[in-house]
Design a protein around this ligand. Structure first.
Ligand code: ADP
Ligand code: MG
Length: 432
């Protein structure tokens, strides 16, 4: 395995968790690692344009990402290679093939979800339909969904499997509705034999028309015994603004939750991740990690990745003395990050299909103004900051903020759906 590639994967993971997914997918995920040159990381961009954007906006983020992995500061050099510009844009690295049933460690916390996933993958459209997996972030939902996808692709090569994520899926619906271009949308989704949607919670806040189109898609597929597989960070009942018909369809299928793995399972996961990377970690270290990190498998994998790059790049053995500071670092990160107004704006923007810039602009079109009122209201609810401070983040004065608050407070009293939507968005913010 190329170790600079591994480091790059960790840096990407870091960036992904630090910026909005749209920005990440546009600017970072399409970069390619070249090499380390002393303490400078050389990264290739696809175009001059991307280079300019990354240099002006993201070098600091990237160097923080590298520092996170190496523990020392790293400079960033972006290069554009002729070849990279002229060749047809390479597919973004797809890690989904890594996720299989074989490398999914089964324990009491995920036994049921795993068994159901295997059953569905063996008999799509018949066994359990729809199949709904839910659980907190980092516990293996995406892994299981991809394992099912890979298994079905292998077993039933003729099946048309469509895999998507909640956010882009909802955006496609909205686009289809706006352009009255539902034909293409239906062509793509209603011809699927298996439809997999990861992280459906992003349907939250989307207007009724979006949910209706989703419901119709769902019905069309379900009627024909096409398999529908959905994941979310919470049970359908806890997505309060979900259309009731969708909720009842989901509940009538099979739902399975994934919980935090117990100690034994954590130990096994660490061992399995280390083995995949040909890294030997002494038992005491494995046990120490499993004792320290309990709530999120992604963190366990992150630690193994880090130990692996320390080992490959600097010859450091994975000893307790090496792992302890890493764990302390994760602990610090784990402390609930104060929710920033920026994060609130980003989440509201996603829910209302506008951009963060729109929300902070002077634009007055109804959709944007509405999103702005809601973002202001949530900012006040969640941060409790003074109105003046909130106003600053939105480029508004105290009086405008106060007017937005009154408006939404009043609207919520009379509109239960809005109240649900706001609460759902707040949950999304806490989990984002
Ligand atoms: P989620 O989608 O629930 O947020 P992921 O599926 O992305 O979580 O899991 C996070 C990371 O942890 C992935 O790299 C995944 O491979 C790993 N992981 C989670 N659960 C397991 C498991 N039971 N066995 C092996 N790896 C796991
Ligand atoms: Mg996931």
């Amino acid at each position: 395995m190329n170790s600079f590639n591994d480091v790059w994967q960790s840096v990407c993971e870091y960036c992904k968790n630090s910026i909005h997914s749209v920005a990440y997918n546009t600017w970072i995920s399409t970069l390619e690692p070249v090499a380390m040159d002393g303490d400078t990381a050389v990264i290739r961009s696809r175009s001059d344009y991307q280079k300019t954007i990354v240099e002006s906006h993201y070098t600091e983020l990237l160097s923080r990402g590298f520092e996170e992995v190496f523990g020392f500061p790293v400079s960033i050099r972006i290069v554009v290679e002729e070849a990279a510009v002229t060749k047809p844009s390479p597919k973004p690295e797809d890690s989904s093939f890594r996720y299989t049933f074989d490398n999914f460690v089964v324990g009491p916390s995920n036994k049921f979800a795993h068994a159901a996933a295997v059953a569905v993958a063996n008999d799509p459209g018949h066994a359990y339909n729809p199949f709904f997996i839910y659980g907190n972030p980092g516990l293996g939902k995406t892994h299981l969904l991809n394992a099912m996808r890979n298994e079905m692709a292998k077993k039933f090569p003729d099946l048309k499997i469509v895999y998507t994520q909640g956010e882009p899926f909802m955006n496609e619906i909205i686009e289809a509705i706006h352009n009255v271009g539902t034909v293409e949308f239906r062509e793509k989704y209603r011809k699927a034999d298996v439809l997999i949607i990861d992280d459906i919670q992003f349907i939250i806040g989307r207007g009724e028309a979006t949910q209706v189109e989703f419901f119709n898609t769902f019905e069309a597929l379900h009627r024909e015994n096409k398999q529908i597989i959905i994941s979310s960070d919470r049970h359908p009942k806890d997505m309060k603004s979900l259309d009731e018909r969708i909720e009842s369809r989901l509940i009538n299928g099979l739902t399975a939750d994934i919980e935090q793995p117990d100690y034994e399972t954590r130990v096994q996961i660490i061992r399995s991740k280390a083995k995949e990377r040909n890294l030997e970690i002494p038992d005491v270290v494995v046990q120490y990690i499993a004792n320290q990190l309990k709530s999120n498998v992604r963190q366990l994998e992150g630690i193994v990745n880090k130990l692996n790059s320390y080992h490959d790049l600097m010859g450091e053995e994975p000893l307790l003395s090496v792992v302890t500071p890493m764990i302390n670092e994760i602990r610090k990160e784990e402390m609930p990050e104060p929710i920033t107004i920026e994060r609130i704006i980003d989440n509201v923007a996603v829910a209302y299909d506008v951009t963060a810039a729109d929300i902070c602009s002077k634009k007055q079109n109804a959709q944007i103004a509405n999103a702005r009122h809601i973002a202001i209201y949530i900012a006040r609810e969640v941060t409790g900051l003074p109105l003046k401070t909130i106003g600053k983040s939105f480029g508004r004065n105290h009086a405008t903020v106060s007017a937005s608050l009154k408006k939404i407070e009043n609207d919520i009293q009379h509109n239960a759906r809005l109240n649900d939507t706001v609460n759902d968005i707040i949950k999304n913010i806490q989990n984002s």
